[in-house]
Design a protein around this ligand. Structure first.
Ligand code: ADP
Ligand code: S3P
Ligand code: MG
Length: 419
């Protein structure tokens, strides 16, 4: 019997971060245990050959009858995500509940007296409903694709101007199908906050739009870490300093996974600083212009000369959409990337956007179709400054040596709390 087995069961576990998270907080080895079919899940649960497991889609309901004792909260929600084997008896808990409550609390979202709209009717819907209800929500509305039962259609939900908090529990906007969302936050005049249980990307399209609209927006990453920390307490039977551990682990992992995107005027040093920064942060370096040249088989001046700027912008948007979904990269963009709002959202979805500023007279101009120098460059700068300002989250003044610029960029990233 493998009584020391700790891990995660679920249908497909390809991109799970649970192993990394658990091994940061506890000293057991944590295995990813994919069980593609229900027959395999049944055999696994019947054998009980594990010390403790987490459970994910599609088995959170399925495992309940195998538990000898089910925590009342998990029972009423109808989902178990944590099972501990104590002397052959299985104890089931739901730490997603506390994980979601943590996420809301960490962002100052209080459900008391509020009208909440929950998107989706799947597994996480009942967990989120329980947190909202226990938190004293005034009214809880649900929207779904079919509008079956008590649910509204998404189109109907858009006509509820009383909605103050929106929670997405669907996989819409999740990697690899980023850039999609079910409703537009702009349709809700009383909106205060949007929470999304999706954690990859860090900011889904729904959250990016909510941020643009000026309301509190938080993704599921801290919920993922929090549910794991609460599960680790059950696994080990020890109380952890959750208030300190959850933010520390979230912060460390976010820094590890985040992209840093670099924007700024053509010739300001994005590619040069970016390549050095990637080495220092141990991230993959992607130069967007080089990637466009690689994928199209043409160099940038030729694309401008033969197909024009509009065609170049389409290549740029397509390549960026693909590149920006992956993690742990430094992405040096071309100077004009900020001309499209969809591009700036793509950059922002997985980390900070660094604006490199360099005096106009110091900008390199060679091989740059739009950098003719003189008055034209000054005009370009005047047009783009507000766009760089709006798209960026941090600013790097590149007016000393290259080494100084790279050191400053590393420091800006390491001290960034808004990743
Ligand atoms: N602080 C700096 N000191 C000296 N040269 C710099 C500095 N920053 C950038 N450069 C130089 O400017 C040129 C343009 O840099 P590059 O990274 O290609 O810019 P971008 O990608 O923004 O167009 C390169 O030759 C680079 O070495
Ligand atoms: O500013 C721009 O519109 C452009 C900047 C260039 O990249 P750099 O900023 O790296 O020179 C390149 O993408 C293209 O020539 C268009
Ligand atoms: Mg460049």
């Amino acid at each position: 019997m493998q009584q020391r087995l700790y891990g995660l069961i679920g249908g497909k576990l390809g991109h799970s971060y649970s192993k990394i998270i658990h091994e940061k907080i506890a000293d057991y080895t944590y295995e990813l245990l994919p069980l593609p079919t229900e027959a395999e899940a049944r055999t696994f649960m019947e054998k009980r050959a594990f010390a403790a497991i987490n459970v994910t889609i599609p088995y959170k309901q399925f495992v309940i009858p195998y538990c000898d004792v089910v925590d009342p909260k998990a029972q009423s929600i109808g989902a178990v995500n944590t099972i501990v084997n104590r002397d052959g008896k299985l104890y089931g808990y739901n730490t997603d509940y506390a994980g979601f409550a943590y996420l809301a609390g960490a962002h100052g979202v209080d459900f008391a007296g509020k009208t909440v709209l929950i998107l989706g009717t799947g597994g996480t819907h009942s967990t989120v409903t329980a947190v909202c209800r226990d938190g004293g929500a005034k009214e809880i509305l649900t929207a779904s694709r079919t509008g079956k039962g008590d649910a509204l259609l998404y189109s109907e939900a858009m006509h509820r101007p009383d909605v103050q908090i929106i929670v997405n529990t669907t996989p819409c906007g999740m990697f690899p199908n980023v850039g999609q969302c079910l409703i537009d936050p702009k349709a809700f005049p009383a909106l205060e906050a949007v929470l999304d249980v999706v954690y990859n990307p860090f900011r889904t399209e729904l959250l990016l739009r909510a941020e643009d609209y000026g309301v509190t927006a938080a993704g599921g990453f801290e919920m993922l870490v929090a549910q794991a920390v609460f599960a680790a307490e059950h696994f080990t039977g020890r109380q952890l300093d959750t208030a300190a551990i959850i933010p520390a682990v979230s912060r460390e992992l976010r820094h590890q996974l985040a992209n840093v995107s670099i924007i700024g005027m053509p010739g300001c040093g994005k590619s040069t600083v970016g390549a050095a920064l990637a080495k220092r942060l141990d991230k993959k370096f992607v130069d967007l212009d080089a990637e466009i040249e690689r994928r199209t088989g043409h160099n940038i001046p030729d694309i401008f000369a033969q197909e024009g700027e509009d065609a170049f912008r389409r290549y740029e948007a397509d390549v960026l959409a693909e590149v920006a979904k992956s993690n742990s990269q430094v992405i040096a963009c071309g100077g004009g990337v900020i001309k499209s709002p969809a591009n700036t959202r793509a950059l922002r979805q997985n980390g900070p956007v660094l604006w490199v500023r360099r005096p106009l007279e110091a900008l390199a101009t060679g091989g740059r179709p739009l950098s003719k120098g003189g008055a034209a460059l000054k005009q370009l700068e005047a047009e783009r400054t507000p766009l760089y300002e709006a798209a960026s989250t941090v600013v790097l003044e590149n007016n000393g040596s290259l080494g100084e610029a790279v050191d400053a960029a590393v420091k800006l990233f390491e001290t960034d709390e808004k990743l």
